[in-house]
Ligand binder design. Structure first.
Ligand code: MN
Length: 261
């Protein structure tokens, strides 16, 4: 049987499960908030063009208002100054948009410390147990933060010192960018960097090192707890916005049944 026919039969029969890792897009979807004097993105919204009325008697449609980096979204290398000569979101090769994934679960550590940072030794210890990180695949970093994603204040978790959300140390971000084979990093938080990463050296090291190395980011993922540690395949195609630095994206995971955690 052909590979594609086998895949379709497996999906139809449930031996390959399709899991949606995407947060719904609405005006309530949390968005990043940068302090003055930086610019900020708009919340997602719809404006109605017609709804079976004088403006269009048989049809309903809307304009969408969104940032590139709103909700579950894809970061292209050109998003960061270190990747300014790299790919925009329309230039990412489509073969990179279907890729293997592994899940590193540090939700217990992040529950105990919202400023928890993944270190190189966490990743190398994980590799001792589960094998190497996937070539051109996604490292999906589970922190349990998706349970907060319905509430902007809890999701951003900011106080007078700024946001407190889990992330990755500067040393580990550099190692993932320069020494590991991954093609990208996926997270449950509003961005790939820790809430406190404005004060790291360099600032926002995941953006700086990974996008600078031509790697990608995925944010505001959910349902990572439903994925096996290894063996899933991620389908994450951003819109081909010409010149775009990022795009909202529907992220689907293909998981073989029995491959649970
Ligand atoms: Mn982004």
């Amino acid at each position: 049987m052909s590979v594609l026919r086998s895949l379709l039969e497996a999906i139809g029969g449930g031996t390959v499960e399709v899991i949606d890792l995407t947060a719904p897009l609405s005006p309530e979807t949390p968005v990043l908030q940068l302090p003055e004097p930086f610019g900020n993105t708009i919340p997602f919204s719809l404006s109605e063009i017609s709804r079976y009325d004088d403006r269009g008697p048989a049809w309903y449609w809307n304009d969408i208002h969104t940032g590139e980096h709103t909700g579950t979204h894809f970061d292209a290398p050109i998003h960061w100054v270190t990747g300014k000569d790299g790919e925009d979101v329309s230039q990412v090769p489509v073969t990179r948009l279907i890729a293997p994934a592994v899940v590193l679960d540090f939700s217990a550590e992040a529950a105990a410390d919202p400023d928890f940072l993944l270190q190189i030794e966490h990743v190398t210890n994980w590799e001792q147990e589960h094998g190497p990180l996937p070539e051109a695949g996604w490292l999906l970093y589970r922190t349990g933060w998706d349970v907060r994603s319905g509430d902007q204040a809890r999701f951003l978790n900011a106080d007078e010192n700024g946001p407190h959300t889990p992330g990755i140390s500067a040393e580990c971000a550099r190692w993932l960018a320069e020494r590991s084979p991954i093609g990208g990093l996926g997270v449950e938080t509003v961005g790939t960097d820790a809430g406190a990463a404005h004060s790291f050296d360099p600032a926002f090291p995941c953006h700086s090192f990974l996008l600078g190395a031509g790697k990608y980011g995925l944010t505001q993922l959910r349902n990572l707890d439903r994925l096996p540690v290894t063996g899933s395949v991620i389908v994450a195609p951003p819109l081909p916005i010409v010149g775009g630095s990022g795009s909202p994206v529907r992220v689907l995971a293909l998981v073989e049944s029995g491959a649970g955690r």
